[in-house]
Design a protein around this ligand. Structure first.
Ligand code: PLP
Length: 432
């Protein structure tokens, strides 16, 4: 078996030195991987139980057209999400086009002119800068008279509680907490840490709404932000909860009133959740959610493997090889653009779709520096699939995530290492 496996890797362009180096690292990760499998097992049961409790039936898997009144599949799926994310209600729709849209919707529908939005965890994800109006944009919250305030994390990644207290005043209506680091080199927040922050804010003013940007965090832990008091949990279906099968979509799970506000904004005042045909995507939404815990576990194993492998080669990695995980993103800092580019080209070369394409840096809308992206995906742009991206800007870090199966994640990391050695960025001698 081992011999045949080695032959397969050789056929895919992995040298013996790269494969041996990877396998050596994997020997030390058995206990970590077992723990990841245990969390996946727990979350798999949670999903099955929610589907049973909400009486998911075969009829739920077919969709509606037109107005979409009485769409059983859509309405039941929203109950399933509410159950899993510990919320009163949820909005889960193909009409929510991506994660940024879901977050913008949650914000715009729950804030009114004169309100203030607070981020107590530093700068939000790049695309939200235009939503908020940190970078000027048509239709931003700022244009509608909604102000924004930010409190940065402390140098050690902790919350600056005193500054948060000072930033809260009578106009503060909503607090946005980003779980994942996104394109930053700060640590990702655990759900428990998020809970502590929410508790602190609610003690000052219980009526402030706490929203969590849950992108990339779903099913990484056994609890979700709704379990620790979040009023809204928001994310994208082409990341973790879509399980790689959802072709589009986003979700907002939370307080009934928050979800209703979002539905009125997504469709129309008065219509809300009652309209919005699910077309043909329900079966992919359900089956993707069913697969999401084990798919997330595969991606997580890839992230842990990459952290340990590149750490051993002397590159700074966040999180480091031994830290506990709260999202599926792995950052590796190469310090030079050539490292970022060779890494992404290796990930692309491991894909099933578009493996022959060579990615190059480009000016991507919504981002303020050039970005290189590797994504040979079944669902375009899906980052629960094996993918990597990096802004071409100091410190020249690459952000790696996804892998629908563990063997694919492993191949991707080995291909990235192969690309880095083939290009001379890492010497073969370093693998000895
Ligand atoms: C991906 C992501 C978003 C935006 O989602 P898109 O689907 O790319 O629009 C927002 N916040 C975080 C933390 C993300 O990872």
């Amino acid at each position: 078996m081992e011999k045949f496996l080695k032959e397969q890797y050789a056929k895919l362009g992995i040298s013996k030195a790269v494969l041996d180096f990877g396998d050596e690292i994997l020997l030390s990760l058995k206990a970590r991987f077992a723990r990841i499998d245990e969390i996946a097992e727990y979350n798999q049961l949670k999903v099955i139980r929610a589907m049973q409790k909400c009486r998911v039936s075969e009829a739920c898997l077919s969709g509606t057209t037109g107005y979409g009144y009485n769409d059983l599949g859509r309405d039941t799926l929203e109950q399933v999400y509410a159950e899993i994310f510990h919320a009163e209600d949820a909005l889960v729709r193909p009409q929510i086009t991506c994660g940024t849209h879901a977050l913008a919707l949650a914000l715009m529908s729950n804030l009114r002119p004169g309100d203030e939005l607070l981020s107590p965890v530093g700068k939000p994800y790049d695309t939200l800068e235009e939503v908020i109006g940190i970078r000027a944009s048509k239709g931003s919250l700022k244009e509608y008279g909604i102000s924004y305030r930010q409190v940065d994390l402390l140098p050690d990644g902790g919350f600056d509680y005193e500054a948060v207290r000072a930033a809260i005043h009578e106009k503060t209506k909503l607090v946005t907490i980003q779980r994942s680091k996104g394109y930053q080199t700060r640590p990702t927040l655990s759900v428990t840490q998020i809970g502590e922050l929410i508790h602190f804010i609610k003690e000052i003013r219980p009526d402030i709404l706490c929203m969590v940007d849950n992108c990339y965090g779903e099913f990484v832990e056994t609890i979700e932000p709704g379990d620790v008091g979040a009023d809204m949990t928001v994310g994208s279906l082409i990341k973790n909860p879509g399980g790689g099968l959802a072709p589009i979509g986003g979700y907002i799970a939370g307080k009934k009133e928050c979800v209703e506000n979002a539905a009125y904004r997504l469709t129309s005042p008065g219509l809300g959740k009652e309209v919005g045909a699910s077309l043909g995507v329900m079966s992919a939404f359900y089956q993707g959610l069913f697969l999401a815990p084990t798919v997330t576990a595969s991606a997580l194993k890839g992230a842990v493997f990459a952290a340990n492998l590149f750490e051993k080669l002397g590159f700074p990695v966040i999180p480091n090889g031994t830290e506990s995980r709260h999202d599926i993103i792995q950052a590796v800092t190469f310090g030079k653009p050539e490292g970022v580019i060779a890494f992404c080209q290796g990930i692309q070369a491991a894909a099933s779709v578009d493996s022959f394409v060579t990615p190059e840096p480009w000016d991507m809308p919504g981002y303020d520096s050039q970005v290189i992206m590797a994504a040979g995906a079944f669902v375009s742009g899906s980052s629960i699939e094996l993918s990597a991206d990096g802004p071409i800007a100091s410190p020249y870090a690459v952000y790696f995530q996804g892998g629908l199966t563990w063997p694919h994640a492993k191949l991707g990391i080995l291909k990235a290492l192969q690309s880095l050695t083939d290009s001379g960025f890492i010497s073969e001698g370093a693998l000895k």
